[in-house]
Design a protein around this ligand. Sequence first.
Ligand SMILES: *Cc1c(COP(=O)(O)O)cnc(C)c1O
Length: 395
Amino acid sequence: MEKIGRFGDFGGQYVPETVMNAVSELQEAYERYRNDPQFLAELRELYRNYAFRPSLMYYARKMTEDLGGAKIYIKREDMNHTGSHKINNALGQVLLAKYMGKKRIIAETGAGQHGVATATICAYFDMECEVYMGREDMERQALNVYRMELLGAKVTGVDSGTATLKDAINEAMRDWATNIETTFYCIGSVMGPHPYPTMVRDFQKIIGEEAKAQLMEKEGKLPDCVVACVGGGSNAMGIFYDFIPDKSVRLVGAEAAGRGIDTDQHAATISRGEKGIFHGMKSVFLQNEEGQIAPVFSISAGLDYPGIGPEHAYLHETGRADYVAITDEEAVQAFEYLSKTEGIIPAVESAHAVAAARKIAPTMRPDQILLINLSGRGDKDVQQIARYRGVNIDG
Ligand SMILES: *Cc1c(COP(=O)(O)O)cnc(C)c1O
């Protein structure tokens, strides 16, 4: 019998019995609606008129000329409403919650991006919204806390563990199990117990579907290489998915090497992680010698997760996708590079993909195409990059 929600050996549903009821209900609902014509029509209409899809396909002429290799295209997820790919998934899940008759949405957030996207859609749908956020992250991302409150959400601080993202996820799971009647848990990436990794990927795969059609129209062919940054892995799965059967397309994920993968301050899960079970899934995680989840570090709060979605673990194990590690310094240089060459300030997460592309493009031929997924815009990061560079912007 084929096991449910598996990518090879990865994925699955490793949750306590108390959470299993909620997971089973969600699984049933997703099976029921994932191919429902009315659900899909409503989602498409929200993509178009609320998120402003399709996102643009941009030819990066100056970058192409400067790097002197492949022709570079950029998929502009930074142009979506709320400024990143996160809205695609939040729209899908909150719409599903509505179909399930749920009145209350909970979410976890690290940097605040997924919390803001979820709070945005809850405002639009008149849903009650509570976002769990590590106390440490609340202090680092005070502006996003206020933004969520402005959108009508309640932000609840989490003090357990390291008071960061992984602890916020634990707290949201507990809430979900307790309030299953009323509550839908909107997870922010391709992680957690089945059906989340599949469902979140399905809500993000629009990125790759659009990109393929757009490149077909502009170039009449597939890209030779697709690059995306990887935290939990949702924007990368979103742009990769439609290209997986196209074996000529190389897929590259860029993970966060922080201060270097030979230090203990990084979030390079594929480079340095091991198989394990955490947050309801079997996947690859950064762990210490006792198998406990290790602390992570990256200049980019959105890539600061000690694991990776199970489908990425599978793509890596089977060799279908490659993963490279990009340091903070390389990401900051790419952040500055894209700003100066193309006049596009990328999210510092997305800058990891740009950094990987800067290394790969010159090794490719001019008749080849390299596609970068620009997962988000960088306004949120400008202050932090200035601080990193020692520029005083506080007046
Ligand atoms: C959250 C975020 C990411 C990382 O999440 P994934 O699930 O790996 O995509 C990347 N880029 C931006 C702009 C984000 O907000």
